[in-house]
Design a protein around this ligand. Structure first.
Ligand code: SF4
Ligand code: SF4
Length: 324
């Protein structure tokens, strides 16, 4: 309900036209088997911070395996993203490879997107919230916050969120729920997200009940993405329906072209366009990042990758093994 209301509030004639253009371009590309892009993306992902305060074992940031430079987005980069895509984007995910609340000006970033009536969503490990920060994000008009809490006990939680504290994140969820109520505001939608692992797969009902008792609006279970390709940490659940890897062998080619390449632009903290959220190193567009974002989105290089998707020609390795 909250999400739907938030999306409705973001709709403008320009954004409806863009969304129609995204679907039209995608449909036509599949039909003609060549890439047609007629509009900017309706969805954007912006990385406030590359870096984290935790050491999760299947996250390239947490393990220190991410090769690219760490850092925080500058506000002028946010402004240039808004200049390129702000009029057309319906939704922005303010997270990619790192913990967004490490950014001391996260509330200002949210404010900039809110000022253009773009739906803002933040995903966080929830450990850095304080009463002051909660006040600031409530005032900034954040529409959605996703807390990553992998279980309903410290024991379950610490299997994945290494370096974190279950009690601390639960207290911070309580804080946000109570401040939202006290202020009488409708947003943000609060989501309790649990990564399903071998440690919590048998406790999902209890986790759901526990989370709703805290006062969250939604509970989501997410499948694990294995950064190492094989389950060296023995984290995969035993039931295949709780694992995204049952489909991992499905190769992406026509007519299974990835809609994200027509709909969602992913931008790193230093303002570079990534192929998608699986391009964690932002390594696919080495030759287009001297262009502005709109040019890069429409570039021959990007269309070459889209072309592989719709025509059955070679596609990037990361797509061949993509688990999304
Ligand atoms: S909290 Fe998120 S970004 Fe940080 S190490 Fe864990 S998975 Fe990675
Ligand atoms: S890696 Fe996956 S999400 Fe990214 S473009 Fe390829 S198929 Fe789509």
């Amino acid at each position: 309900m909250r999400r739907l209301v938030g999306i409705m509030q973001s709709l403008t004639p320009a954004r409806i036209k863009t969304l129609a253009g995204v679907y039209f371009g995608y449909g036509l590309s599949i039909l003609l088997r060549r890439p047609i892009v007629v509009s900017p993306p309706s969805f954007i992902t912006v990385e406030p911070v590359c870096g984290c305060n935790l050491q999760c074992p299947e996250c390239p940031v947490g393990t220190g395996e991410l090769g690219r430079r760490k850092g925080m987005i500058e506000l002028d980069v946010v402004d240039s993203i808004l200049e390129s895509f702000g009029r057309h984007a319906l939704w922005v995910n303010l997270y990619f490879q790192g913990e967004p609340f490490l950014h001391p000006k996260l509330h200002e970033i949210v404010e900039r997107f809110s000022a253009q009536r773009i739906f803002t969503s933040v995903s966080t490990n929830g450990l850095l919230l304080t009463p002051e920060i909660v006040d600031k994000i409530l005032l900034a008009g954040l529409k959605e916050i996703i807390f990553s809490v992998d279980g309903a006990s410290e024991e379950e939680y610490l299997v994945y969120r290494r370096g974190g504290s279950f009690q601390a994140v639960v207290e911070n969820i309580r804080l946000l729920v109570s401040k939202r109520k006290k202020r009488g505001v409708f947003f943000p939608r609060i989501v309790y997200q649990t990564l399903v692992t071998s440690a919590n797969e048998k406790n999902l009902d209890n986790i759901r009940k526990f989370a709703y008792r805290l006062g969250v609006d939604a509970v989501e279970f997410k499948s694990l993405n294995l950064h190492h390709g094989v389950d060296i940490n023995k984290l995969l659940p035993s039931t295949s329906k709780l694992s995204r890897y049952k489909m991992a062998k499905a190769k992406r080619e026509w007519p299974n072209a990835c809609f994200r390449l027509w709909s969602n632009a992913v931008i790193s903290f230093d303002g570079r366009l990534a192929l998608c959220c699986m391009d964690k190193e932002v390594a696919m567009f080495y030759n287009v990042n001297n262009m502005n974002l709109s040019e890069a989105w429409m570039s021959l290089h990007f269309n070459g990758i889209r072309n592989g998707m719709v025509s059955g020609r070679p596609i990037p390795d990361i797509c061949g093994s993509c688990s999304l």
